[in-house]
Design a protein around this ligand. Structure first.
Ligand code: BT5
Length: 262
C-alpha cells in the first residue's frame, strides 16, 4: 500500500528504479546488495522502519516506523565528475537543507559535515558509503535519514546533540513522501552542479556556526579549536585557531560543536 502510494508521489522524477520495504536493517545495506546485482545509477531504496540504521563510525540511527524518512540512493561514480566523491555528504546535506528552506520555509542549516539542523536541533543525517569493484570504488551509497514526525526523535538519553523533527519545526503535519520528493528534486539539481564552485559556495553559505568558535573532537578528545572559516574544494573544514593558524580537516570520524554550546 505505502509502496504504491510512494511510487505515485515520486512519479516523473528523473531517478532510477525504486524498492520500498516496510522494515529493514539498514537501507544502505540493501542498496549495497542491489549494486552487486546491477542496480542502475540513481536507484532508490526506501524503508518505513530501520532496525539497524547506522550513522558514522558505527553509531546508531533511530528510524521508528511510520514517522521518518530513511532512504539510500545509488550513485555510480563514473557518472559523476572529479570532485564528486569528496562532496557527496555535502550533496546529501545540501539537498535536505535547501528542500526544507524552499518547500517548508524553514531556517535549516548544515552542521559540518553531515547533519541538518533547524532551531539548533538535528533533524537529518547523511551517511555516504562506497561499494568497491576489486581495488576500485565503483559506486557510492548516499544514505539519508530525516525525522519527520515527533515520534521519530530518539529519547534524549541516546543523544549527543539535541534532536528535532520537521513537524516540530513546521508546527503542523508533513506528508513524508512529499518531503522525499522535494529532497530528491534538490539532490538531482545539486548533483548537476557538484563539480562547480556554485555547489561549494552553496554548501559553505549554509554552514552553521560561520565565523564562530567551534571545537572538533574524535572519540571524545578535542582535536582542534578555532573560528570556522569555511570549506576547501574537497569539503574539508577550515578553522583559524589561536595565533591565527589556519588548519584544514577532512571529516573522517570528527564531530563538530559550537564552543559555547558545550
Ligand atoms: C548520521 O550519523 O547522522 C548519519 C545518519 C544516516 C542515517 C541514514 S538513514 C538511511 C541510511 N541507512 C542507514 O543505515 N543510515 C543512513 P552521525 O553523525 O554519526 O550521527 C549519529 C548520532 O546521531 C547518534 O549517535 C545519535 O546520537 C544521533 N541520532 C541517532 N538517531 C537520530 C535521529 N533519528 N535524530 C537525531 N539524532 C539521532
Amino acid at each position: 500500500m505505502e509502496g504504491s502510494k510512494l511510487k505515485e508521489y515520486l512519479s516523473g522524477l528523473p531517478i532510477g528504479p525504486l524498492r520500498y520495504f516496510e522494515s529493514v536493517g539498514s537501507t544502505n545495506d540493501l542498496a549495497k546488495d542491489w549494486i552487486e546485482v546491477g542496480a542502475p545509477h540513481f536507484s532508490l531504496v526506501v524503508a518505513d522502519e530501520q532496525t539497524a540504521g547506522r550513522g558514522r563510525n558505527g553509531r546508531r540511527w533511530f528510524t521508528p516506523p511510520g514517522s521518518s524518512l530513511a532512504f539510500s540512493l545509488v550513485l555510480h561514480l563514473e557518472q559523476l565528475g572529479d570532485f564528486a566523491v569528496s562532496r557527496l555528504s555535502g550533496l546529501g546535506a545540501l539537498g535536505v537543507c535547501t528542500a526544507l528552506q524552499d518547500a517548508y520555509s524553514l531556517e535549516a542549516c548544515i552542521k559540518w559535515p553531515n547533519d541538518v539542523l533547524v532551531n539548533g536541533g538535528k533533524l537529518a543525517g547523511v551517511l555516504v558509503e562506497t561499494a568497491w569493484s576489486g581495488e576500485r570504488p565503483k559506486s557510492a551509497i548516499l544514505g539519508i535519514g530525516i525525522n519527520v514526525a515527533p515520534e521519530s526523535v530518539p529519547p534524549d538519553i541516546d543523544l549527543g546533540f539535541p534532536a528535532t523533527s520537521v513537524e516540530n519545526a513546521v508546527g503542523k503535519p508533513v506528508e513524508r513522501w512529499t518531503l522525499l520528493r522535494e529532497v530528491l528534486l534538490k539532490l538531482v539539481l545539486w548533483l548537476e552542479e557538484i563539480n562547480s564552485p556554485i555547489f561549494l559556495q552553496a554548501w559553505e553559505d549554509n554552514l552553521a556556526y560561520q565565523n564562530k568558535m567551534v571545537r572538533l573532537s574524535q572519540h571524545g578528545q578535542e582535536v582542534y579549536k578555532g573560528h570556522l572559516l569555511g570549506l576547501d574544494s574537497s569539503g574539508a573544514i577550515r578553522l583559524q585557531g589561536a595565533a591565527g593558524i589556519v588548519m584544514t580537516f577532512q571529516a573522517g570520524g570528527l564531530q563538530l560543536r559550537a564552543v559555547d554550546s558545550i
